[in-house]
Design a binder for this molecule. Structure first.
Ligand code: NAP
Length: 352
């Protein structure tokens, strides 16, 4: 077998790319497993480039105010990847644009990128072993886990039945489909994601019914105000999605909603789509218990304000280790920290 990789980074959101940029500039020759492009990952919300690639405009990433980024994107990105992206709209940077720029920046410094998933790891001995979906084993002296988190589902049988036929957890991916044009749509959730999805969907839908289980939104003030002031958004407080209604020919045709304060009170609302925006679960299942996790399955950082995990030589960055801030910029920040931690650890243990 060839000699082990110095540093493998698993994951390709803001944490993964910023770790890669720092590590590549430090001559660690990082290898990034960015995830596979597959239907399975599309449905699970774990395609390459992470959750930010599933959002629309990003207004709060420092350094990207409103402006025309078209020319910058044209010059910064390779033609073949730029061609795959929609034209820039001349507002703020979009999530997919920001992620392409981060990927390119890491690549410019020599980061090697494999478009595949790591399905399994063996952290019981060094060098660590990583098992990619396409087969074989990759050995690594040091690993950064930056696999992020993916969207939650309610777990209703009717939700499962109509996935891909009107039920989705990604408005930006699916919102423009013809079935949603000028038709009522339901969004479930009360956080920033739910409001962002609802607002985005008003571009296409006749009405967006925002269904939230409590009597006030969890979303930040600015986002909540937007939802309240948007005439196309109708908010149903104290309400839960009880069932997605539909048939084999049309897919989703409506929803049955139940009151969360008077369980017997129900109503039916007509809709061609249901978008779930009810939070996220960290992508840690592939670790199979080899790193210490919190009760909510996030990776535990073992030292205060350091990215070291319970296994010496394995670091974690971004949403996979953060159930509190969960912002693109904080993920990028901890990505940077993990690369610096990895560099120092390698210097101590491997003479780098
Ligand atoms: P979140 O803040 O955790 O909100 C999840 C929402 O889903 C909550 O309103 C929650 O209800 C509801 N929910 C959870 N489980 C549910 C269930 N089983 N049934 C019904 N409702 C359920 O998640 P998020 O909105 O995805 O946001 C995650 C993080 O990303 C946050 O830190 C947020 O600020 C950030 N974010 C920021 C932006 C932005 O700044 N533009 C955009 C998107 C996300 P309760 O309120 O009752 O708990």
């Amino acid at each position: 077998m060839s000699s082990p990789e110095t540093l493998v980074i698993i994951g390709s959101g803001p944490a993964g790319w910023s770790a890669a940029t720092y590590a590549a500039r430090a001559q660690l020759k990082p290898l990034v497993y960015e995830g596979a492009i597959s239907e399975k990952n599309r449905m699970a919300g774990t395609l390459p480039l992470g959750q930010l690639a599933l959002t629309s405009e990003v207004e709060n990433y420092a350094g990207f105010p409103h402006g025309d980024l078209g020319g910058f994107l044209d010059s910064a990105l390779p033609k073949e990847r730029r061609m795959m992206m929609p034209p820039h709209e001349g507002k703020g940077v979009t999530g997919p644009e920001l992620m392409e720029l981060m990927r390119q920046q890491a690549s410019n410094f020599g980061t090697r990128i494999v478009t595949d998933d790591i399905l399994k790891v063996d952290f019981s001995a060094r060098p660590f072993k990583l098992f990619p979906a396409e087969g074989g084993v990759v050995e690594a002296k040091c690993v950064i886990v930056a696999t992020g988190a993916s969207a939650n589902w309610l777990g209703l049988p009717s939700e499962e039945k109509f996935k891909n036929r009107g039920v989705s957890a990604c408005a930006v991916c699916d919102g423009a489909l013809p079935r949603f044009r000028n038709k009522p749509i339901v969004v479930v959730g009360g956080g920033d994601s739910a409001v962002e999805e609802a607002t985005y969907l008003t571009k296409f839908a006749s009405t967006v019914h925002l269904v939230h289980r409590r009597d006030e939104l969890r979303a930040s003030k600015i986002m909540a105000t937007r939802a309240h002031e948007n005439p196309k958004i109708s908010i149903h407080f104290n309400t839960a999605l009880a069932e997605v209604l539909g048939d084999d020919t049309s897919g989703v045709t409506g929803v049955r909603l139940a009151s969360t304060v008077e369980p017997t009170r129900e109503k039916t609302v007509e809709a061609t789509g249901v978008f779930l925006a009810i939070g996220h679960t960290p992508n840690t299942a592939f670790l199979d218990g080899q790193l210490e996790l919190t009760p909510k399955k996030y990776i535990v950082w073992k030292r205060h304000f350091r990215t070291a995990t319970s296994v010496d030589g394995v670091f974690a960055a971004g949403d996979v280790a953060d159930d509190y801030y969960r912002q693109a910029i904080s993920a990028a920040g901890t990505g940077c920290m993990s690369a610096l931690d990895a560099e120092r650890w390698l210097a101590e243990h491997d003479g780098h």
